[in-house]
Design a protein around this ligand. Sequence first.
Ligand SMILES: Nc1nc2c(ncn2[C@@H]2O[C@H](COP(=O)(O)OP(=O)(O)OP(=O)(O)O)[C@@H](O)[C@H]2O)c(=O)[nH]1
Ligand SMILES: [Mg+2]
Length: 409
Amino acid sequence: MANQIFQFNISELSKDTGALKETFEAGNLPAVAAKLQATLHSLEDVRLDIGVTGAIGSGKSTFVNAIRGLGDEDPKSAGTGVVEMTVEPTPYPHPKYFNIIIWDLPGIDTPTFQADEYLQRVVVDRYDFFIIITPDSFTARHTQLARGLLQQGKGFYFVRSKVDVDLAASRSRRPSTFSEQRVLRQIREDCWQRLEAEGLQDPKVFLLSMFELGKYDFGLLEESMVTGVESHKQHTLLVALPNLSEAILEKKASSLRQHIWLVATVACGINSSPVPGVEDVACDLYRLIHALEGYYHSFGLDEDSLVKLAAQTGQPLHRLLEAIQGPKTPVTKELVVDMLGQASRDASAFTQELLNVPVLGALATCGISFATVYQMLRLSLDVAVEDAHMLIQTFLHITENRLSENSNQ
Ligand SMILES: Nc1nc2c(ncn2[C@@H]2O[C@H](COP(=O)(O)OP(=O)(O)OP(=O)(O)O)[C@@H](O)[C@H]2O)c(=O)[nH]1
Ligand SMILES: [Mg+2]
């Protein structure tokens, strides 16, 4: 099993960095680690800009906040309300991943709206893709904008917001025959028909309530955004997305798992020093603190995220902390040393497997360190993934948020 993981990852990575495999085989670990460090940095530095547009009052700013995991009252939130708020393109960096910028764009419903002018005004080239929001039917203005984006080669997703309002209205008007699925299907079909009537083929439409983001189509939107973005930006976007669907948790886990060997090589190959109390293991503890903090941020297990989740779900923080298996304190050197000590007890069998992989012969010199670090990261990631699944199932009651009717997206 371990052999397969390594062979897969090495061949994947060597596609990107041609000389890497040769360097590995030449046994030059510092050179390999330096290259991998550059790869890690480039993964962390990728910039991503998302433009959020739509009519005045459609819910643009509320979406900008929600996708960054913020409520309306957070100091870093975009202003929201019933009077027109967003007049100029305004950048809102993700609170944990500053290289991801969500742009709150002006409304598209000015009397003289022209898509070309609008796109020029908001500097269309700046964005990786757009979200076009409406709380009611899509109009010619939305499709004009979409066509403008198609001409510029920019991707976009349509969001039909405030579906909670439609559902509540329908429920109160026709309580005896109300069917949530039927109302959602009608909204979806109306969106498709109007967009297709305006000449847009196969429009991607996602039904959302910004106040119950985990329901309806948000998980599908997350998956589509990740798949649609350029491949070198996928990991960056993925780890930053809210943990509101089982599918997104699994995708995050798989992307982070693929990087474990990379982090372990850098941690053992650069700035490594003996780990006190853990025999034969030398590594860079700060690199590991950074990696573990990355896991906890991405899966919403850091203190800030747990405090927010407690407030959102009305649960006392200590209940959430009792329920998680992973660390309940900030990641310190002492904690990492302790985790390495635990991992070293299981690492020796793994070390043997590792040394049997020919291309990793270069790592033989630091085989025990590498195996221990790898094992620690792998166990920590697995626990973080389990905790994240448990949190969304137990506290957010999300088990499956795919709608069967949405099968054509
Ligand atoms: N019920 C419900 N209300 C929503 C939803 N999304 C936004 N709202 C509310 O709609 C109002 C307008 O939302 P904003 O996010 O300020 O809309 P905007 O598009 O940024 O508006 P401008 O900046 O004025 O163009 C606010 O009162 C929001 O709370 C939703 O999905 N459901
Ligand atoms: Mg606004």
